[in-house]
Design a protein around this ligand. Structure first.
Ligand SMILES: Cc1cc2nc3c(=O)[nH]c(=O)nc-3n(C[C@H](O)[C@H](O)[C@H](O)COP(=O)(O)O)c2cc1C
Length: 235
C-alpha cells in the first residue's frame, strides 16, 4: 500500500512536470512564431538583370532631393536594400566590398510611404533578405529635425540608414578599421545611387545630421554609430 502510494505520487508529479514543460515550450514557440509572423517581412527577390547599363547609370547619377508624394513598392525597397548590402554568394559576400570581409555595417530602413508595409523602423537582414520591424510609426519628422530640417528626409517614401559597429573591424585593423568602415559606406552609397537611376527614382546621401539625435530617434545602442542616411522617393 505504502509502495503503491509512493508510485502514484511519482506518476502524478511526472505528469504535472510534463504538462508544465510542454505548456512552457508551446507558449515560447507560439511567441516566437507570432513574432516572426508579425514583425518579419521576407522581401521579394531582387532582380539581377536591369535594363540600364552601368555606364548610363554613372552618367545619369545625380543627387535628387525633391520627391513626389507617390508611394513606392516593396519591390523597390527590396532592390535598394539588395544594392546596398545584399548577399551575393554562399560565403556571405555582398554587393559592397568590405575590408577582410568583416562587414561592419548594419542597415536600417525607416519606411513611411511604401505599398503593403506599415510605417516603421526596420532592420535589414542581408543573409535572408528580410526586414525586421524594430518600431512602428512614421519617423520622418523626427529624422528631419535631427538632420537640420532637411526636406528630402521629410518627404521621402523611405530612408535607408547606414550604421556601423566598429568592434570587430577595430580588433582586426586597429584605428584603421574605422577608416575602412567609412570607405565601405561610400561603396554602399554609390551602389544605392546607381540602383536608383536604374529604377528611375531619386535619392541623395545625407551626412549633415546630429548623430546623437538620430540615435535617439532610432533607439540605437551606445556601440552603434550612424554614418549616412539616404532618403528615397519618386522623382
Ligand atoms: C559626405 C557627403 C555628405 C553629404 N551630405 C549631404 C546632405 O546632408 N544633404 C544633401 O542634400 N546633400 C548632401 N550630399 C550630397 C552633395 O551635396 C552632392 O553629392 C553634391 O552637391 C554633388 O551633386 P551630385 O551628387 O548630384 O553629383 C553629401 C555628399 C557627401 C559626399
Amino acid at each position: 500500500m505504502k509502495k503503491n502510494a509512493r508510485l502514484l505520487i511519482i506518476v502524478l508529479l511526472t505528469g504535472v512536470f510534463n504538462m508544465c514543460s510542454n505548456s512552457n515550450k508551446t507558449s515560447a514557440e507560439n511567441n516566437d512564431n507570432s513574432d516572426a509572423v508579425s514583425s518579419e517581412i521576407v522581401l521579394p527577390s531582387p532582380s539581377k538583370d536591369g535594363k540600364v547599363s552601368v555606364e548610363k547609370a554613372l552618367q545619369e547619377r545625380r543627387s535628387i532631393r525633391r520627391f513626389k508624394d507617390t508611394p513606392l513598392s516593396l519591390g523597390i525597397v527590396s532592390q535598394m536594400m539588395w544594392a546596398a548590402y545584399g548577399t551575393t554568394n554562399e560565403r556571405g559576400f555582398k554587393t559592397t566590398p568590405s575590408a577582410g570581409a568583416i562587414y561592419p555595417l548594419e542597415f536600417y530602413v525607416a519606411i513611411s510611404k511604401v505599398e503593403g508595409i506599415e510605417a516603421g523602423l526596420y532592420k535589414y537582414n542581408s543573409l535572408h533578405h528580410k526586414l525586421k520591424l524594430i518600431k512602428s510609426g512614421d519617423l520622418r519628422k523626427d529624422l528631419s529635425e535631427a538632420s537640420l530640417g532637411q526636406s528630402c528626409i521629410k518627404n521621402a517614401s523611405f530612408i535607408i540608414i547606414f550604421t556601423a559597429v566598429f568592434g570587430s573591424i577595430k580588433l582586426r585593423y586597429g584605428n584603421r578599421g574605422i577608416q575602412y568602415t567609412h570607405n565601405e559606406v561610400g561603396h554602399a552609397g554609390q551602389n544605392i545611387y546607381l540602383q536608383a537611376v536604374s529604377l528611375n527614382i531619386g535619392t541623395v546621401v545625407v551626412g549633415a545630421f546630429v548623430e546623437e539625435k538620430v540615435k535617439a530617434v532610432l533607439d540605437l545602442k551606445d556601440n552603434q554609430s550612424v554614418l549616412y542616411m539616404m532618403p528615397v522617393g519618386q522623382k
